[in-house]
Design a protein around this ligand. Structure first.
Ligand code: RUB
Length: 278
């Protein structure tokens, strides 16, 4: 079993990334803890430590709340199975939601958004081209591009600030989510700019997310990552003295910019998502 330090470092460093993958990784770790020590051991302490690392993503939080209530290893197993299988259910909607010969723009690396796109390509034989943004500062968009090009999906990698330039050539924007909240869709910082641009060019903006991402937390925090990620490529720390840097990891796209949320329980209109959050 990896140590807690190793698990924390994998998540903190973003080697394990994307809300669902983070939850799956942490749940598998916690399952081993429970298998060895039962729920009377360090489960609560470790679960709380893990969910605090990436506090914005709500899936792990929701799973831990359920496990704390039920305190059964079978609950952990069902949640792992749910998260693993939900993408397949989401993928099925790609037949109806994606037309043939479609150019999709995506952002960052969302396992759920990519599974949806891959499903359309592999299972429904849709001809898809992808525009992927690099996604500064950690460049998860490069991971997205590599993953899809392996399936022979033509991929164009662009800088984040080229989104407005390419939007007119796009048929739809497809992104993932860290949390679905009453204020809007929480996803990698910069997602809202794709949404604003999509609205301007009358392009549909789809969010792909399982329903464990419904976020009813009143207390909500957008994670801020180390500021060194902002300036590491531009200058040395010394040259940066006296300049304030900020590095929020996520932003919120208001619901009026969202066309639909594609979930494992169907394709939902923003108003339906908001209703489920009450
Ligand atoms: C990843 C990101 C993803 C969501 C959804 O950010 O914003 O779009 O987490 O991912 P980071 P998924 O790289 O900082 O974790 O669909 O895999 O749950």
């Amino acid at each position: 079993m990896p140590t807690l330090e190793h698990a924390v470092s994998e998540i903190k460093s973003v080697r394990v990334q994307g809300a669902k993958e983070i939850a799956l990784y942490a749940l598998k770790f916690l399952r081993k803890v429970v298998q060895e020590q039962g729920f009377e051991g360090r489960f609560d302490e470790l679960a709380d430590a893990l969910r605090k690392i990436r506090p914005t993503a709500v899936v792990l939080h929701n799973c831990i709340e359920i496990i704390k209530r039920e305190r059964k290893i079978s609950t952990i197993d069902s949640l792992i199975a749910y998260l693993t299988e939900s993408s397949e259910k989401i993928g099925k909607h790609s037949d109806r939601m994606l037309k043939n010969n479609i150019t999709i723009m995506t952002y960052c690396h969302s396992g759920e958004a990519l599974k949806f796109i891959k499903h359309g390509h592999v299972k429904h034989e849709k001809k898809i081209s992808l525009i992927a943004t690099v996604t500064q500062p950690l460049e998860q968009g490069v991971k997205t591009a590599r993953e899809l090009v392996q399936l022979k999906i033509p991929v164009t990698l662009i800088l984040d600030n080229a989104v407005g330039f390419f939007m007119k050539d796009v048929d739809a924007v497809v992104v993932g989510a860290d949390a679905l909240r009453k204020e809007g869709v929480v996803n990698k910082v910069g997602t809202s700019l794709l949404a604003f641009s999509a609205k301007h060019y009358h392009k549909p903006f789809y969010v792909v997310a399982n329903v464990m991402k419904l976020d009813k937390r009143g207390d909500f925090r957008i994670e801020e990552r180390p500021v060194a990620e902002v300036y590491r490529k531009i200058t040395t720390t010394k040259d940066f003295r006296g300049i304030k840097a900020r590095n929020p990891a996520f932003d919120i796209t208001p619901w009026k910019y969202v066309t639909a949320v594609i979930t494992d329980e169907g394709v939902l209109k923003p108003s339906q998502v908001i209703r489920r959050l009450k």
